[in-house]
Write a protein that binds this ligand. Sequence first.
Ligand SMILES: [Zn+2]
Length: 476
Amino acid sequence: MSAEYESVIGLEVHVQLKTKSKLFCGCPAEFGAEPNSNTCPVCLGLPGSLPVLNEQAFLYGIQIALALNCRVAGRLKFDRKNYFYPDLPKAYQISQYDQPLSSGGHLLVEMKEGQKKIGITRAHMEEDAGKLLHEGRAGSVVDYNRAGVPLMEIVSEPDIRTPDEAYAYLTALKAVLQYVGVSDCDMEKGSLRCDANVSIRPKGETRLGTKVEIKNLNSFSAVKRALQYEIARQIDAAEKGETIFQETRLWNDERALTLTMRSKEEAHDYRYFPEPDLVPFTVSSDWVEDLREDLPELPAARKERFVKDYGLSEYDASVLIQDKDLGNFFEECVTAGAPPKRASNLIQSELLGMLYERGETFHAMKTTAAGIAGLIRLVENGTISGRSAKDVLADMLETAKPAEDIVREKGLTQVSDETVIAEAAKKVIAANPKPVEDYKNGKEKSFAFLVGQVMRETKGKANPALANKVLKELLG
Ligand SMILES: [Zn+2]
């Protein structure tokens, strides 16, 4: 980014709540059903049908608001957002306008430079629209299964300054939603969607520049790439003295650029008015406080606990808590007897990388927490070296066998017999006169080389500390 400009970013996230039925009718909210099979007069907007609020969706909405540190409104009111579109059979969407379910929250985001607090402007409930499918020559068709599915729209303050911060915010938000258990947060199924607002301004300027909204962002990394592109485009335009228009642009991931979609609507274009078919009602603050008490442990609290109880570094803890199940797996390893730091190291520096290379997800892997704890025990008690542990782990992921069996079958037991190591060391000394002489002349690096040769001679099985000691003695 140019040193003279800064970017100002706000994100709008739509998250689908995992209720069994839709927001205002009893139709199933499931994904992947036969097109238009999950519909009824209410979600098709037929005349005379009346919406009834889904209590579970309302409960999830409040849980999200609390988890994001928002104030919960004392009164629940819905509004009609009017616009015509083929996937919106009523020609309006039931949403919330001037009195959102919640507002004024924040989310703590982990950056390399430390924690950053991103404000949450509001989080409100609304129904989803249907889905248009463009099927080549046959023209476009519409599937109303998604019409009326419950969503929470979570709008951030324009507190985000870089594409990396946007990525970190989305990661943190997804983790919170997963921990609360209100959504499966699957971007591929559309249960988590994100639009980004971005503008630039000269550094030191406090007024906001003209913002552009970017849509069609299908992954967190697409959000990051689209923002990088758009910021560069706006700076380039500003430097050439061109006007930046307020508009909606679509991200094209294949071509890696944003293209104009339409000029941006203002709120008054939607002619919002109160939904007359849903009577506003008050929300008891005692009930809200009970829900607050019942919230599960959230990522930030869990991170603190991992640092405090297990002695992990802030960074290690933040990696482990990002995925709820990964955090659970780590704790299961500890419960199975693994020292926390060793378990954390093995998971982060070996296990996750190996799974990535194998194209496997952590959830489908063949080994268990008890299996990992068993492997760590073998390293701890000196049966195998740290180097062999990697090979054993790779085998565990392939065969699902316990570490002990693999070590026995492959003869990987660490050699701690001094005479065996001395034998190997003598061979190495005889075969490497030059490095031996260099070492005797004070070149420490040569010693590391010789230790490496002893390890090689013993096929990686020599106890490294012992190999050091024996070699040093032999070299006088
Ligand atoms: Zn319905």
